[in-house]
Write a protein that binds this ligand. Sequence first.
Ligand code: ATP
Length: 207
Amino acid sequence: MRYHKIPDETIRRLPIYLRGLLFSAEQGQESISSRNLADFLGINSWQIRKDFSYFGDFGTPGVGYDIKKLIKQINKILKLRVVRRAALVGVGNLGLAILAYPGFRIYGFDIAAAFDINPKKIGRKIENITIEDVSNLRTLKKRQINLAIITVPQDAAQQTADALVKAGVKGILNFSPHHITVPGKVKVITIDIAMDLARLPYYMPAG
Ligand code: ATP
């Protein structure tokens, strides 16, 4: 089946839906109404119906959405059906926390390699992964790793991105606040926690 162009905003919500649906499936449920999914995820039920309608799933009145079918569809749209091997570069405090985080697995991500420039860290084993020298980044293609997480300091972000692109990486999750430039065929998503925090007070009541 071909999907119409799905808006980015909907794509953003698909991983949230997937998490809710996987949880419901784990509880033994076979179907779910948009209202129940809405209550569980804190998203409007009309929004959910609209998002699902982009890929042609309107659910069955009185029964709801077929959970298994939706999980399959969302996995297909997000191209999550294969296990994606990722590399992490920069095993400082943030990198360590990310390596220890178990939440990537439900989406099929496996952090398979970690790299650092600090000789004191290279060779250390964290969560079953031995930290390698950054010069080993060139081996990524051979190891079928085409996704990377950058947790190096700001001033090392661009050079790290350049090395990753050279190594064949096609997707980068960038945790450094530095804007990085990559060729058009590579997708970068930057997560800047401080920036998100900086817009929070605007929404808070005064006093
Ligand atoms: P620590 O003090 O243990 O290094 P940190 O979180 O304060 O932790 P940062 O200065 O944020 O460290 O750096 C994060 C990690 O990135 C460190 O482990 C550092 O050695 C590593 N790093 C710095 N530059 C590079 C680089 N060019 N390539 C790969 N790793 C790098």
